[in-house]
Write a protein that binds this ligand. Structure first.
Ligand code: MG
Length: 250
């Protein structure tokens, strides 16, 4: 099922997508919902981030091919960091280039959306706590990341977490083609099968540290090919079976 959040006539609504038609739902994705008779064409609405997380837990260096590219050792445990909820934007929203940075990079990632509160969950039960999967762009001020020992500043500017276009609830996350285009040119191209720690292992590791709340997002790290964006660029992050998340850099 494809879950959407959108605005229409200045109202924020939730729906499910079937072909190009959105069927509005009553209720929410987490505590249950009913599909209404209310239908609208996808082109008539403004899509929003399909989730409004309380936090984004992001993972650093989780693709075998990316680790090789950087000549880094495969880590024993996932390296994690937090992006605040204030960074979230939706499809087609602008990514605002901060004045204090001279290198803002794209990073396409598979996003795990949590469906119910998860604390101390084992990997073999993780699936039950996952609502579905989305596309995430872990926008990063790379120069600031290099300068600071901590990553918080580099990862936390407003608009640095585009999420969307939807949440796919019935997809196997273990071998999905994942790619990114900048101004129409492919810059990243891999598969989620190259992840060092898979989605269920990440839920186990992170939920052993902190509770994951409904709507929270785990950003599962980018494959090789990260690089800079400039003002005026169009960035399209894609995960096969989920969709394309397009944003503009201003
Ligand atoms: Mg990242």
């Amino acid at each position: 099922m494809k879950l959407l959040r959108y605005s229409y006539n200045d109202k924020i609504q939730n729906g499910i997508l079937e072909k190009d038609i959105i069927k509005r739902i009553k209720g929410d994705f987490f505590s249950g919902f009913q599909i209404t008779e209310d239908e609208i064409n996808l082109n008539s609405v403004k899509l929003l981030s399909p989730t409004t997380p309380s936090k984004i837990v992001a993972v650093g260096l989780n693709y075998v091919d990316h680790a090789k590219e950087l000549k880094m050792e495969i880590p024993k445990n996932p390296i994690i960091f937090i992006k605040p909820a204030s960074t979230v934007i939706g499809p087609e929203d602008p990514i605002i280039y901060p004045e204090c940075s001279t290198q803002v990079d794209y990073e396409v990632e598979l996003g795990i959306v949590i469906g119910k509160r998860a604390k101390n969950i084992e990997k073999n039960e993780a699936e039950e706590y996952i609502l579905g999967y989305t596309v995430f762009n872990d926008v990063t001020a790379r120069d600031l990341q290099r300068n600071d020992k901590q990553w918080t500043r580099a990862k936390s500017f407003d608009t640095f977490a585009p999420i969307g276009p939807l949440i796919e609830t019935s997809i196997d996350p273990f071998d999905l083609p994942i790619s990114l285009k900048l101004n129409g040119n492919t810059r990243q191209n891999s598969s989620t099968k190259n992840m060092i720690f898979n989605c269920y292992e990440l839920v186990e590791f992170i939920s052993g540290i902190m509770p994951l709340e409904p709507g929270d997002v785990i950003a599962t790290v980018t494959p090789p090919g990260v690089g800079p964006m400039n003002r005026g660029d169009v960035v399209e992050a894609k995960v096969e079976g989920i969709g394309v998340l397009k944003n503009y850099v201003i």
